[in-house]
Design a protein around this ligand. Structure first.
Ligand code: C2E
Ligand code: CA
Ligand code: CA
Ligand code: CA
Length: 275
């Protein structure tokens, strides 16, 4: 027993949440967490540079664990994908986001809300049907963020399914652009209206020689394909100024706001509209 206690304390010191959360017991806990409403949606605004206002927000999930505290998505999304819980988790997320959007509207803030979709869901027919049904049965205005890497896995069905979403008014954003597997052939075929430049190229935008060149040419490419560009990971006024000159349409990052709970987002939007 002493050994077990020592092992436990060692684990607490060298906390490796990713390893812990991928354990089988945690998979069962996650299953229970979905039932018990331990999952929480946070929202991070996307600020439209030309309109000088927040027009959309991205929904980012957190797990408010009864013992471990707030667990970030990076520590459990992969486990949820492996355990085949990601479909239920994402349907829960969409339901939550639809309800939160109604509350934001009641508070006078009409924002399009974006949900992150794991790649494997783009080939999951049952999920796609249920998601479409849930969304068409509501008056929600949503978007989905998907990575290029997730499309490249099974491009034919991914593109067909993204088109189904686009047909019911869901905006498609290409997430983490430039950080994964890129293919200009697919980029051209995707029914996407938004391209998000990965924060990898944005956080050091003003201190690097190459990043501004990459960002500028990505913005030009996206505009040529008639997509709006979002820069993620905008942390400084200098980066915002440079992105503005480059014609970037929207910015997202700690400079504008960290991801916050829904009540805090309403306060943020109230403050913003008073200015
Ligand atoms: P992502 O979609 O690329 O989300 C952006 C991540 O960058 C978020 O981390 C956000 O908190 C962080 N971030 C925002 N602004 C800044 C900034 O200015 N600087 C820096 N350094 N970071 C910034 P988070 O919330 O931990 O999410 C991590 C990833 O987990 C997300 O990456 C997304 O891929 C995934 N994820 C989150 N929620 C969901 C979900 O509901 N479903 C699925 N499938 N994946 C999700
Ligand atoms: Ca399943
Ligand atoms: Ca995202
Ligand atoms: Ca991203």
């Amino acid at each position: 027993r002493a050994e077990a206690a020592l092992e436990r304390s060692r684990r607490n010191v060298l906390r490796s949440p990713a390893a812990e959360v991928s354990g089988a017991s945690l998979m069962m806990e996650l299953d229970r967490a979905i039932e018990n409403d331990e999952l929480v949606m946070f929202y991070q605004p996307k600020f439209h540079v030309r309109r000088q206002q927040v027009t959309c927000a991205e929904a980012l999930i957190r797990w408010r664990h009864p013992e471990r505290g707030m667990i970030p998505p990076g520590d459990f999304i992969a486990a949820a994908e492996e355990a085949d819980l990601i479909d239920r988790l994402t349907l829960w997320t969409i339901r939550r986001v639809i309800a939160d959007q109604a509350r934001f509207r009641e508070a006078g803030h009409d924002l399009r809300l974006f949900v992150n979709l794991s790649g494997q869901l783009l080939a999951d027919t049952a999920f796609i049907e249920q998601a479409c049904e849930m969304i068409t049965g509501s008056d929600a205005t949503l978007g989905f963020e998907v990575t290029e890497t997730s499309v490249i896995r099974d491009p034919v069905s991914a593109i067909a399914n993204l088109q189904k979403f686009a047909d019911i008014g869901i905006r498609i954003a290409i997430d983490d652009y430039g950080a994964g597997l890129s293919s200009l052939a697919y980029l051209k075929q995707l029914p996407a209206s938004e391209l998000k430049i990965d924060k990898l190229f944005v956080t050091q935008l003003t201190s690097s020689n190459r990043d501004p060149l990459i960002v500028r040419s990505t913005i030009d490419l996206a505009h040529a394909l008639e997509m709006e560009v979002v820069a993620e990971g905008v942390e400084s006024h200098a980066a915002l100024a440079l992105l503005t000159v480059m014609g970037c349409d929207m910015v997202q990052g700690f400079l504008i706001s960290r991801p916050v709970a829904s009540e805090a987002l309403i306060e943020f939007l109230d403050d913003e509209s008073r200015q």
